[in-house]
Design a protein around this ligand. Sequence first.
Ligand SMILES: Nc1ncnc2c1ncn2[C@@H]1O[C@H](COP(=O)(O)OP(=O)(O)O)[C@@H](O)[C@H]1O
Ligand SMILES: [Mg+2]
Length: 401
Amino acid sequence: MTSPVFLTRVVLRNYKSIGNCDVKLQPLTYLIGANGSGKSNFLDAMHLVRDALVGSLDNALSERGGLPEVRRRSSGHPTHFGIRLEFILPSGMRGHFAFNVGALKNGGYEVQTEECAIGGRGKGPFYSIERGKLKQSSESTFPAVTSDRLALVAVSGLTAFRPVFDALVSMGFYNLNPKLMRELQKPQDGRLLKPVGENIASVIGHLEKHAQEQIKTIEEYLQTVVPMVHGFERKAVGPMETLEFRQDMAGSAHPWRFLAQSMSDGTLRALGVLTALFQGNRDYSPTLVGIEEPETALHPAASAALREALTKASRHTQIIVTSHSPDLLDDPNLDPDSMLAVLSEGGETHIAPLDEASRRAMREHLFSAGELLRMNQLTPDREVLATQAKNQADLFGDISV
Ligand SMILES: Nc1ncnc2c1ncn2[C@@H]1O[C@H](COP(=O)(O)OP(=O)(O)O)[C@@H](O)[C@H]1O
Ligand SMILES: [Mg+2]
């Protein structure tokens, strides 16, 4: 089996509360930190890349309140933010995509530099653009580029760069909303679950047709989390659609059927999380799935099943979850390397692997990650943070393998 890791390293500069961040990602990464520490901001940086590629950079920024809300506010008044993603494509080729966006005097913004390379500079496809001008490229023809858009959108028309575009837009980011999952939904593209679960009926319909085995896996985990619920299916309601659940009823020989409308928040959220995790199939697979606080609205006893589902899903798809729940992390066998601690100090977010004391406590089974979190002792490695601050990893340039 090929490795499920798509993003190997993420470098961020002045993205919301994150001044500087340079982290490596695992097949399954837990981002752990208190409320307001900056976990969502980290995921949002990757989500912005997807949004800017699927729609436009303009839209992606507007949806977030514009550049002033996206770039970090601090006494140092940074005027730009930057994102660098290092990846392994499904073909096994390594590469990176990076850009920074700066403010213009007239209140607008521009992409100052954008760079993409596959297989190492000079060896594979490569381009570098500054303020809407192509500086270097491996290709003999290149589409017109402008400084208010990410060139990768236009460049995705070239076969050389298409795999990077496809892989980046196949990332899914989730903050499931039971209210929207409960409403009747318009039949739509069901290949990739949308961020709050607004197309879950179409996704389940798609899996029913193309991947019965994934439906089975989702049903099994759902039943562990919510034992009364036996199954679910897509159900057409006039021109709209929804989900219908089968549920045990005391004294009744046959399960009762309920539409999503009457299901609990916890059940809908659990189904959303499981669908996000197991939506990948032969027809279409996300390259990375990021889930916000998957334990929300679940009974603490469901945490073990949720952890197992996360681990199982991460054998095929790279998973990132944010959490501030000790219950989710109460497992002596959790790998310390799968965790990144997120900490806010003076309004600035720091993200790093766990410090040696936390790792040792977990390795020697003295405390689980959950217990350390309860004691407020799940802390980022100070030395790594100091090195991050001192070295300020470059956004641009070749990957160091
Ligand atoms: N542009 C910005 N500059 C500085 N801080 C920001 C910016 N945008 C949001 N924040 C801060 O980020 C914090 C919330 O981070 P978030 O990622 O939502 O936390 P959580 O860890 O709970 O997911 C808030 O305290 C907010 O003040
Ligand atoms: Mg959050």
